[in-house]
Design a protein around this ligand. Structure first.
Ligand code: ADP
Ligand code: MG
Length: 405
């Protein structure tokens, strides 16, 4: 079984293409081209809403935004990934007023509007060309928002620093589009650096860079888009969130981060069972607390420099994370488990699901020379079970949002 790879296109050429498409669409030269990446979470899953720690990295798949400021208030937009174009008056943008993909862009214009003087024109022409697969858990939405915010920041001389850009993109997604998502995606898309990962502390959204230079160590992160779609996902998320809150209540803390930061009992599982009572809630709590502990150890290992001497334990932590999400948090699905099992059997150092679960993507840390072999093994395992054919990417830690042209 030969795996199908979906490599990211080369950055400069793609930015040029966005420029040309802008000219084709609007009949004049754009002021510039900006882009922002999708992201993958390496470890620290389902802990953000308990003030936990996550370790995302930006992937090489980006969303490109060619844009020009206009002297009016009309915002026009076109995406090469959609038939639907949009034109509207920016002064009328309000939460719930714009639908479909244009809402992500309009939301960004809305989120930065207060930074402009009252009478300053808010009009822009925008051409979007995105390479982060839509809805695969790799955050195409944040790549779009963060690309647009970077463009607006320069075009309108808003002077926003990275933190403010992240906040604007989050407001666009949460308040304007009504999508109740964390903030991990936008933080990663803006703040990640080439050749490194990011430690994101969800207690206060502070970030710090982490060494994670896979390329110089002949390693690669294989991303498997399972293309699995499951129903009831929203209800399942709400259930896990509620269970984690019940676990925190039972432990007498505001968030489980407090438990994870305190001295750990010798048998955490037994401690959770006793303290929390309800068996399912105890399992959920155990996942969150132990996952935060895993992130701490992971970060410590990365902080020591080269990955290779510590590869065995790094891989094991990825495996333990997945196994806990499967057994304690119960957010995996047959496709994710199959991808992870096949990757491990084919020689991955470690593999786990990434993102919310119930479909979406899995990651495997592999020797660079073994990427195809591991991907082929996963594709074969999917075919044997009659699953939809998965898509593969090789991800190297990439740069955050920025200007291309
Ligand atoms: P994810 O962020 O995991 O890919 P979401 O459901 O959060 O999934 O966001 C996907 C949505 O983002 C799409 O349905 C679309 O509305 C919007 N989007 C992202 N990238 C683009 C693009 N290049 N062109 C148009 N819309 C896009
Ligand atoms: Mg998203």
């Amino acid at each position: 079984m030969t795996a199908h790879f979906n490599d990211a296109p080369e950055r400069e050429a793609t930015a040029q293409r966005a420029r040309e498409k802008f000219i084709e669409t609007y009949g004049y030269e754009p002021d510039g081209v900006w882009s922002a990446p999708g992201r993958v979470n390496i470890i620290g899953e389902h802990v953000d809403y308990q003030a936990g720690l996550c370790v995302p990295m930006a992937i090489s798949h980006r969303c490109y935004v060619a844009a020009a400021r206009t002297p009016e208030n009309t915002v026009r937009m076109r995406s090469l990934q959609s038939e639907e174009t949009f034109s509207g008056d920016a002064r009328e943008f309000a939460p719930g007023k714009v639908e479909g993909w244009p809402a992500y862009v309009a939301g960004c214009v809305w989120a930065v509007a207060s930074r402009l003087g009252g009478d300053a024109p808010r009009g822009v022409d925008i051409l979007v060309d995105g390479y982060v697969p839509l809805g695969s858990g790799l955050s195409s939405s944040a790549s779009l928002e963060c690309g647009v915010v970077a463009a607006l920041n320069d075009l309108m001389s808003l002077g926003m620093d990275e933190k403010e850009q992240v906040e604007a993109a989050i407001r666009a997604e949460n308040e304007f589009c009504g999508a109740n998502t964390g903030g991990l995606d936008q933080s990663a898309s803006v703040r990640c650096r080439e050749g490194g990962a990011l430690l994101l502390d969800c207690a206060d959204f502070t970030t710090s860079p982490l060494p994670w230079n896979l390329e110089t160590e002949d390693l690669a992160l294989l991303i498997v888009d399972t293309r699995a779609e499951h129903s009831h996902v929203t209800g399942e998320y709400a259930d896990r969130r509620a269970a984690s809150e019940a676990a925190a209540d039972a432990c007498g803390v505001k968030t489980l981060r407090e438990v994870a930061d305190a001295e750990q009992p010798s048998d955490l599982r037994a401690w959770c069972a006793e303290k929390i009572g309800d068996e399912t809630v105890a399992h959920r709590g155990f996942h969150v607390i132990s996952e935060i502990a895993r992130v701490k150890e992971f970060v410590e290992l990365l902080g020591k420099g080269e990955l290779r001497p510590r590869l065995a334990r790094i891989g094991q932590l990825l495996n333990e994370s997945h196994d806990s999400l499967r057994d304690n948090y119960e957010v995996t699905c047959p496709e994710l488990d199959t991808a992870v099992d096949a990757a491990r059997e084919a020689g991955a150092h470690g593999a786990r699901m990434t993102g919310g679960g119930f479909g979406g993507s899995a990651i495997a840390l592999v020797e660079a020379e073994k990427v195809t072999e591991v991907a082929d093994a996963i594709a074969a395992a999917f075919a044997a079970k009659g699953f939809k054919e998965p898509a593969f990417f090789v991800a190297l830690p990439s740069a955050g949002a920025g200007r291309d042209l």
